[in-house]
Design a protein. Structure first.
Length: 268
C-alpha cells in the first residue's frame, strides 16, 4: 500500500511538472507573438517609437523593442536581414530606390508622418535676401537630392526637369547658386561655411535648427511622408497592424503636437 501511494504521488508530481513546463512554454510563446522589433532614426521617429513603447503599446497587447539608427543606409538592410521587423524613417521614393538597388521587396504599411525638408540659414533672414552666387549645401542621395531640387524649383530659385535626380537635371539657375552635395547627417554643419543648406527634419532637430532659421519649407501637400516599412510577408501581421494603428492614432498626433509644436506633420 505504501509503495502504491508513493507511485501515485510521484506520478502526480510528474504531471504537475509537465503542466508547469507547458505553462512556461506557452507564456514564452505568447510573449514572442506580441513582440515587434522596430528601428528608427533618433528624431522624430525614435521619439515616436519610444512613446509607443512606454505609453501606448500595452493597451494593444503589444511589446515594442526599439533599435536606434544614425544614418539612412542601415535600417532597410536590418529589416531585410531579419534583425528587426519594421522601420520608420523613409518615404516611399527612398523605399523604392532601395528595393531596386538591392533586389529586396520591402513594402509600406502606410504613411505615418512628414518630417518637412527645409532650407536653413544662420545668416540670411528671408528667402528674398538670398544673394546671387549663394552657396547652398544639398543632400547627396538620389531621393533627397531630388526632393531638394524640387523644393528650390517650387519658389523659382532654379528650373529643373520633370523628375530631377541630380544637379545635371537643373535646366536654369538664374541666381547662379553654387551647390555642394553633402551626406545628410553632415548638412547641419555645412551651415558654418555655406549661405544655406537643405536639411531634413531628422537631422535638423538634433542639430538645434529651429523654425526661425527656415527660409523655405515643405508643406502638408508634400509627397514625402515617412512610412512604416516591413517585409512583404509581414504587412498583414497583427503586430504590424497594431503598431501602425498606434502610430497614426490621435494619441500620437497629440504627442507630436506637444513635443514638436507643428514641426512634424502627422498623416491625416
Amino acid at each position: 500500500m505504501i509503495r502504491t501511494h508513493v507511485l501515485k504521488a510521484a506520478a502526480a508530481c510528474g504531471i504537475a511538472a509537465i503542466l508547469a513546463l507547458s505553462a512556461c512554454g506557452s507564456s514564452s510563446s505568447s510573449d514572442a507573438s506580441s513582440t515587434i522589433k522596430v528601428g528608427a532614426l533618433a528624431v522624430p521617429a525614435g521619439d515616436m517609437v519610444k512613446h509607443v513603447q512606454r505609453e501606448l503599446a500595452a493597451a494593444e497587447g503589444l511589446t515594442v523593442e526599439y533599435k536606434e539608427f544614425s544614418d539612412y543606409n542601415t535600417p532597410n538592410p536590418a529589416v531585410s536581414d531579419g534583425d528587426i521587423d519594421a522601420n520608420l524613417f523613409q518615404n516611399t521614393t527612398f523605399l523604392e530606390t532601395y528595393n531596386k538597388a538591392s533586389g529586396k521587396n520591402l513594402v509600406s504599411v502606410g504613411k505615418v508622418y512628414l518630417p518637412p525638408m527645409a532650407l536653413y540659414s544662420n545668416d540670411i533672414a528671408e528667402l528674398q535676401d538670398l544673394p546671387d552666387g549663394a552657396s547652398i549645401a544639398i543632400p547627396n542621395d538620389p531621393t533627397n537630392e531630388s526632393r531638394a531640387l524640387k523644393l528650390l524649383a517650387s519658389k523659382g530659385l532654379i528650373e529643373v526637369t520633370e523628375n530631377p535626380i541630380t544637379l545635371k537635371d537643373v535646366t536654369a539657375n538664374p541666381k547662379n547658386i553654387q551647390f555642394t552635395e553633402i551626406e545628410n547627417a553632415s548638412l547641419p554643419q555645412a551651415l558654418n561655411d555655406k549661405d544655406a543648406a537643405i536639411v531634413t527634419l531628422a537631422f535638423a532637430l538634433p542639430a538645434g535648427l529651429s523654425a526661425d532659421k527656415q527660409l523655405l519649407v515643405e508643406g502638408k501637400d508634400s509627397a514625402y511622408y515617412n512610412v512604416l516599412a516591413v517585409k512583404a510577408e509581414m504587412k498583414d501581421d497583427p503586430r504590424v497592424q497594431k503598431l501602425y494603428k498606434i502610430l497614426t492614432s490621435q494619441d500620437m498626433k497629440d504627442f507630436l503636437q506637444e513635443k514638436y509644436k507643428g514641426l512634424v506633420i502627422p498623416a491625416s
